[in-house]
Ligand binder design. Structure first.
Ligand SMILES: [Zn+2]
Length: 393
């Protein structure tokens, strides 16, 4: 230290001791610097304390990793009041179902045809017009058939693709190609009950519940709704494992390869499916639905209860006794259908197919005039209640 700096140090010491100084600008700057240092130290200490508190409160919070298999088994339906049930089913609109939803399906729509494309546009544009905000995707693929390679297109719509779990509602939109020998060449097979009506019912369900589904999505619920309109449900010739269920075989395989939640090593999109509900051959009066699967008996029971409840509330028409459609007292053989590739991979299934089939099943007589409006409206109301209870709408 030089003499000069020693003198400056002595002067600073004095300044600090006596509060006076003859080098005032230098002294003030040092005091200011000291204050700033103290303030900085205080801020740092406060920051550390706060961040420690934050870390410990985060550590205290249990991180909920969805257990897809366990959560679907323990899922409980909500219990809407009678007033809520009345409000929900009042949203079902038969004339909208008949004109806006069903009529565009009543054309020949076998895989790869112009009719098939027209129906796909109808489904997509209806879903796009809703306020809930559906993510719609066309799942196109080629497959060998007895008539050579054909291009198929499933339509997939998910309300919230990021939700951990899904209730899946499905039908097939293709029509069977009827052999020329069984018909007048000018006649076309439109498959009103197989499966135009089920597809129209699904569109009416999501239209009637649009506002509720929009709210469900905003709430980022654990279970969302997925719709699937399968292509290629029918066989081109004789029903065999390789000539049938083209769309569902493709989709089940595809979903089994997609990790879910994203990045998961053990679970796929198939595990995300809580329940696979398949509608088929619906539209004839007084249909009977039975359950074929023990693991989904409690959800079949939910359909039974919904029918009873709506009957008691006087909300069903042409429904003389409380239990007509969903029957626990009847045993029927299971029917092979688009649920098979999912069932074989362990997905829980509810197969809502009318058995026995109507007499005109797979004939040119499966036309719109056979559709019983009251039955279709009643069944749509039962499904509105079922969806509302499952999803907690
Ligand atoms: Zn069929």
């Amino acid at each position: 230290m030089s003499r000069r700096s020693r003198a400056a140090a002595a002067s600073t010491l004095r300044c600090a001791a006596a509060g006076t100084c003859d080098q005032r600008p230098v002294c003030r700057a040092r005091v200011l610097l000291l204050c700033l240092c103290i303030l900085l130290a205080f801020a740092l200490t406060l920051g550390l304390i706060l961040s420690e508190n934050e870390t410990s409160s985060l550590e205290d919070m249990p991180i909920r990793v969805p257990d897809l298999n366990k959560d679907k088994l323990t899922h409980r339906p909500s219990k809407p009041t009678a007033a809520q049930v009345k409000r929900l089913v009042s949203e079902v609109n038969w004339s909208r179902l008949w004109y806006a939803q069903l009529q565009p399906f009543l054309i020949e729509r076998h895989p790869g045809s112009r009719g098939s494309r027209t129906v796909r546009r109808h489904i997509s544009s209806l879903l796009d017009s809703l306020s809930a905000g559906w993510s719609v995707e066309i799942d196109s693929f080629n497959s060998k058939t007895p008539r050579g390679p054909i291009n198929f297109s499933n339509i997939l719509a998910v309300l919230d693709p990021n939700a951990p779990r899904r209730l899946l509602l499905a039908c097939h939109y293709d029509t069977k190609i009827m052999p020329l020998a069984s018909r007048d060449p000018k006649q076309v097979f439109i498959g009103a009950t197989d499966s135009a009506v089920p597809c129209a019912m699904i569109l009416e369900l999501v239209t009637a519940l649009d506002i509720h589904l929009k709210m469900l999505k905003q709430q980022m619920a654990q279970v969302t709704l997925q719709l699937v309109f399968f292509d290629g449900g029918e066989a081109f010739e004789k029903w065999t494992p390789s000539d049938s269920l083209y769309g569902s075989r493709h989709l089940a395989e595809h979903m089994s390869r997609i990790p879910h939640p994203p990045g998961s090593e053990h679970t796929t999109l198939l595990h995300a499916v809580d329940l696979f509900v398949l509608l088929d051959v619906i539209g004839a009066p007084s249909p009977m639905f039975v359950n074929h699967f023990e693991n989904t008996a409690r959800w079949f029971e939910q359909l039974v209860s919904a029918e009873k409840r709506l009957h008691k509330l006087g909300l069903l028409s042409f429904h003389p006794s409380e239990q007509i459609y969903f029957r626990k007292d009847v045993i029927m053989d299971p029917v092979e259908d688009d649920h098979m590739p999912f069932l074989q991979r362990g997905v829980p299934v509810l197969h809502m197919i009318a058995t026995p089939f109507p007499s005109y099943w797979h004939t040119m007589e499966d036309t719109a005039d056979k559709v019983h409006s009251h039955t279709v409206e009643n069944l749509t109301k039962v499904l509105v209640v079922f969806l509302a209870e499952y999803l907690g709408l």
